[in-house]
Design a binder for this molecule. Structure first.
Ligand code: FMN
Length: 324
């Protein structure tokens, strides 16, 4: 085995990694490549101290990036060994260490999911009334399980509770100018490298509360088209049994595996995470799943449409500097 991964392989691996979802598209990661080891670190300069004070969302994003990296490795003929948050006390910012090695036993599932990476986008449009097929529901649950998490589908009564939690969250946010100011730094307007552009916000809902998160903060974004959202959305909660940093990174890998599996099945996804940003409401959401654990994402699934993605920072920002 050569000592250093070829540059073109590193480019493929990191291109896949940075396509991962992250809260407000902050892309809160950086990478160190040494030989055949790629370390995924948090980039503290991209933190969201008001909305993500404990860094949970950053760790979820890093876990999603690590999963994409593992999938891309399989397309290049490598396999990947990995450790999540391997040194939480000594190196809290090191969220995943991935060892990329040639393999004769390709993981076809991960290689197949790698092909979906460019097509996965958060889709904040209303969906049709056709419920998600039973076999797809099961496939999405299996995808979460394969990465050490659980995906629980919510019933009609749970939906009412989630809508009430959304109202609760909105009321709490009214007087929280820290959150609003932070969001307006990352969301709205034209965005060519990071953040969420106005064009990705989706329409406003004609009714309130609705199973959608209106992230617009700018007056102009209040003038977006209004549409009615589905009355019975397909909602699911992604959770893990424990809540250590490694569990939160694993939740991110599970999230991305679920999202790529959904993309492959023609199913769209968006998120209603606002109640999960408050610990007491997060516990209420976990109770809806009927089992102990820690809720990380509330996902609304629907029918997919062709969709334009949000931008990413140029790959060059992440590549190791060339040795002279
Ligand atoms: C931990 C986490 C929380 C998120 N929360 C929300 C949310 O509450 N509402 C929402 O519309 N999008 C949410 N997103 C989606 C991001 O805004 C989205 O991934 C990012 O803008 C990049 O866009 P893309 O997913 O289309 O690539 C979240 C993503 C992550 C990883």
């Amino acid at each position: 085995m050569s000592e250093q991964l070829p540059t073109k392989d590193v480019q493929v691996l990191l291109t896949a990694a940075i396509a991962a979802p992250s809260m407000h598209n902050t892309q809160p990661w950086r990478f160190e490549v040494e030989g055949h080891v790629i370390d995924v670190y948090l980039d503290g300069s991209r933190a969201l101290p008001a909305e993500d004070p404990t860094g949970r969302a950053m760790r979820i994003a890093a876990g999603a990036a690590a999963f994409n990296l593992r999938c891309a490795a399989e397309t290049l003929g490598y396999g990947a060994w990995f450790g999540l948050a391997p040194y939480p006390s000594e190196e809290p910012d090191l969220l995943a260490r991935i060892v990329i090695e040639p393999t004769a036993a390709r993981n076809d599932e991960l290689a197949d999911l790698a092909r979906q990476i460019p097509y996965r986008h958060t889709d904040r449009e209303p969906s049709g009334a056709v419920p998600i097929a039973e076999n797809v529901r099961v496939a999405l649950m299996q995808a979460a399980y394969a990465e050490g998490a659980g995906l629980t589908w919510l019933g009609a009564d749970d939906l009412r509770i989630v809508l009430n939690l959304i109202v609760d969250t909105d009321l709490r946010e009214i007087h929280d100018w820290h959150r609003r100011a932070e969001r307006s730094r990352w969301v709205g307007g034209e965005r060519s490298a990071d953040g969420v552009p106005s064009s990705a916000l989706g329409p406003r809902s004609t009714s309130y509360p609705a199973a959608v998160r209106d992230m617009g903060t700018r007056p102009i974004d209040r003038l977006r088209t209004e549409r009615s959202f589905e009355e019975h959305p397909d909602l699911a909660v992604l959770s893990t049994d424990f809540d250590t940093p490694a569990d939160q990174v694993a939740a991110g890998s599970a999230l991305e595996r679920v999202l790529l599996t959904a993309t492959r099945a023609g199913v769209s996804a968006s998120f209603l995470n606002q109640p999960l940003e408050y610990d007491d409401l997060r516990r209420t959401v976990q109770r809806l799943t009927g089992r102990p654990g820690h809720a990380h994402m509330i996902i609304r699934f629907g029918q997919s449409r062709r969709h334009q993605g949000t931008a990413r920072r140029p790959l060059a920002e992440f590549l190791p500097e060339e040795q002279p």
